[in-house]
Ligand binder design. Sequence first.
Ligand code: AMP
Length: 190
Amino acid sequence: MILIFFGPPGAGKGTQAKFIAKKLDIIHLSTGDILREILSQKSELSNKLNKIMNSGQLVSDIILNEIVSERINRADCQNGFLLDGYPRTMDQAIFLDKNLQKNNLKINYIIDFIIDDETIMQRIKSRSFTENRNDDNEDVIKTRIKKYQNETKPLSEFYKKKYVTEYNIIDATLGIEKLNNELLKILKIY
Ligand code: AMP
């Protein structure tokens, strides 16, 4: 089973992704988590990534595509995986499609988390207290939202058209539990 959780920062993708991946016994693949893991080991690359991520910009497609293609071809992904935070650009979406096609794999579900900017701001502000993330201050959040609108949101249209039956929207303003129930319904997990 291959799933994509798609949506802006603060939509609650991570929380739901962890739960659903566990339920389906598939790998939760959060590119943000993988990048933060790289940051924790000091290197020239981690210094570069640190600056990009702390300013709310996107890391280059080349780096992301390499990380994801290496990761999804590992043995533990044979049962399936849930992508959380990838793809975020058209280049990444096209790369992913080609990679899956080459390996005779297909996307089963795309979940588009819909949420307004105001709610995102509120949520991320409160998250910055509990998770202590450097990329959660107000200016950086604004940059991240702008990046989402300009680079990532257009992928909605791409997926809606190309994956008519796999594409689903979900109201991400619902609380964690309601959102979870909606997801279980969409994914037909009983
Ligand atoms: P996240 O935890 O998904 O919000 O990701 C945190 C940061 O990691 C983002 O603001 C980006 O700087 C970087 N990042 C994560 N995933 C991607 C991606 N698919 N493409 C580019 N940058 C990414």
